[in-house]
Write a protein that binds this ligand. Structure first.
Ligand SMILES: Cc1ncc(C[n+]2csc(CCOP(=O)(O)OP(=O)(O)O)c2C)c(N)n1
Ligand code: SF4
Ligand SMILES: [Mg+2]
Length: 302
């Protein structure tokens, strides 16, 4: 912790580049404030300069972080609902020299865009993905999402939700992932640590952040989460390289919720490293496209 503070104060100018002068419009107590702070911190500690990164945001309260990071020097892309992974994946494979970070809510990730999550994970694109799981559709005022717990009374389901909730980490683990982690928006230090690990991972790093939404999700409060969280470091014999063990601890999202790096394949090869046609290439697809002479094609069209 002392080291983190020292690193941040030594790199104050780098840190300020990630800070925004825009007015933050999330509700009081919203978990998005902490998530944004942790991400900015992790970028600075990992020494990733704004010009070497690109941030992709989905639609929703989480997506509204798009104009709340950096002041002109940070590149952000605010896409369509549920489509953030496909846009970010394209960037990650066309220019792997850039650090690609994508963020989305539980609605976008596990309903509208669940297909993109599936293929993002199994393709192992070189990117960090952060799921803001506030267990509801926040921006559209508190409808139930795929992670809302049964019985919870939400706007548009006033008698209580009846469908079973998805467990995001367990779902991702069914897709042969190479990095799965879970953390909590109320713990900036823990989030920073987990995001740092995700930024260093070679492949699709999936991080679920259990996010507080005091406005619409009153059932899972900070106290509710704190009573249940168990840091995997405190679990006897836990080894994040043991997939079976990881899947087992990821299962419970009710009584004891495991947080930390649940699984990481330290030998992971990303999507591009598996592609025969990219072997031995020193250039990126972006470099190569910029060198293609399209004049002959244009002449044909003339
Ligand atoms: C395809 C599509 N469907 C629905 C919407 C309307 N919409 C905008 S934000 C939102 C809820 C977002 O919920 P979530 O993804 O969980 O993000 P949160 O606001 O909770 O951070 C919905 C349904 C939309 N913009 N596009
Ligand atoms: S509705 Fe919930 S997620 Fe959206 S800004 Fe307010 S507290 Fe945050
Ligand atoms: Mg949500």
């Amino acid at each position: 912790m002392t080291q983190v503070i020292k690193t941040l104060s030594d790199r104050k100018n780098d840190y300020l580049k990630y800070e925004s002068k825009e007015k933050l419009t999330w509700c009081g107590g919203c978990g998005n404030y902490g998530i944004q702070k942790a991400l900015e911190r992790a970028m600075v500690i990992e020494n990733i300069k704004p010009q070497n990164a690109v941030f992709f945001f989905d639609i929703g309260c989480s997506g509204n972080g798009s104009d709340k990071i950096g002041d002109g020097e940070v590149t952000t892309f605010h896409g369509l609902h549920g489509r953030v992974i496909s846009a970010a994946a394209a960037a990650s494979i066309t220019n792997p020299k850039m650090k690609v970070i994508a963020e989305a809510g539980d609605g976008a990730t596990l309903s509208e865009g669940v297909n993109h999550l599936v293929h993002g994970v199994r393709s192992n694109y070189p990117m960090l993905f952060i799921l803001h799981n506030n267990e509801n559709y926040g921006l559209t005022t508190g409808q139930a999402s795929a992670t809302t717990r049964p019985g919870f009374k939400m706007n548009a389901s006033p008698d209580g939700v009846t469908a079973q909730p998805m467990n995001a980490c367990d779902f991702v683990m069914s897709l042969n992932p190479t990095f799965v982690a879970r953390t909590f928006s109320g713990d900036v230090n823990h989030m920073t640590e987990v995001i740092q690990a995700g930024l260093k991972h070679n492949g699709f790093a999936f991080i679920e952040i259990m996010q507080l939404c005091p406005t619409y999700n009153k059932s899972t409060s900070a106290t509710w989460f704190w009573d249940r969280f168990r840091n995997v470091r405190d679990l006897k014999g836990f080894n994040p390289q043991n997939f079976k063990m990881a899947r087992e601890v990821a299962q419970d999202i009710d009584k004891e919720i495991a947080m930390g790096i649940l699984y990481q394949d330290l030998e992971s090869k990303n999507y591009l490293e598996h592609l025969p046609q990219r072997q031995g290439k020193k250039t990126t697809l972006v470099d190569e496209v910029s060198h293609v002479d399209i004049r002959p094609f244009l002449k044909k069209l003339a």
